[in-house]
Design a protein. Structure first.
Length: 224
């Protein structure tokens, strides 16, 4: 399912950080675990196509998304991989309905406030967001913002879901509830999931296989 072997040097303010990550896994729920600054988010961005590796390859279910030697670098929108940012990255000037519809939109302008699409309505209903469909992100609770971001990630029917610390911004009670909801949803959809975290509760619930990243290197599997 996952075949990743990437390397990249990051330079900032005269300092260098070398990230080199290689793993192969058939896990439907794979967790990349490690402290802040370990390189987890950058690894996820290289898989999604948001950051270009210096060398290596990225394959998902046998489909090549990036291969430095073969000069393959598929644009993010063609990778069919959904990426959910830690801060959810919702557009503040778009409503919940518009934010979700944006993932399907191909025109030069943003989706209209009254955009109608069966897939958008499906996820509004599935996540109980119908009453908030015309609300803006600043009017939403933390759970509603997360559900909106997740709906936007899923509406285009991606082949895999990449989650960057999806529960970090939530309080403890909401975090526990939404973990259970996401776990059930992933099992229902049977979509491969790669989640990065530094939280051991995420590891326990989502880690069919858990890889430990520190200082830009994988240092083995995490015992649970």
């Amino acid at each position: 399912m996952w075949d990743v072997d990437v390397a990249k040097r990051f330079e900032h303010a005269g300092r260098c950080f070398d990230l080199q990550v290689a793993f192969r896994s058939d896990a439907r729920r794979l967790v990349l675990f490690g402290p802040s600054g370990a390189g987890k988010s950058q690894t996820l961005k290289m898989i999604a196509g948001l950051t270009t590796p210096d060398t290596g390859r990225v394959q998902l279910a046998g489909r090549t998304l990036f291969d430095h030697c073969s000069r393959i670098d598929m644009p993010p929108q063609q990778r069919a991989v959904a990426y959910m940012f830690q801060d959810y990255a919702l557009f503040p000037h778009l409503t919940v309905r518009q934010n979700i519809a944006f993932a399907l939109h191909r025109g030069a302008f943003n989706p209209g406030r009254d955009v109608q699409h069966a897939a958008v309505q499906r996820w509004l209903d599935a996540f109980g967001l119908g009453p908030a469909a015309q609300h803006y992100p600043e009017q939403l609770s933390g759970g509603q913002r997360q559900r909106t971001a997740l709906a936007r990630a899923l509406v285009a029917e991606p082949r895999a879901l990449l989650l960057d610390e999806p529960f970090a911004a939530l309080d403890q009670a909401l975090r526990a509830r939404l973990r259970d909801e996401l776990r059930a949803l992933q099992a229902q959809l049977d979509i491969p999931l790669l989640l990065i975290t530094h939280d051991e509760d995420d590891v326990r619930l989502f880690g069919d296989e858990v890889l430990h990243l520190a200082h830009g290197r994988l240092i083995g599997e995490v015992g649970r």
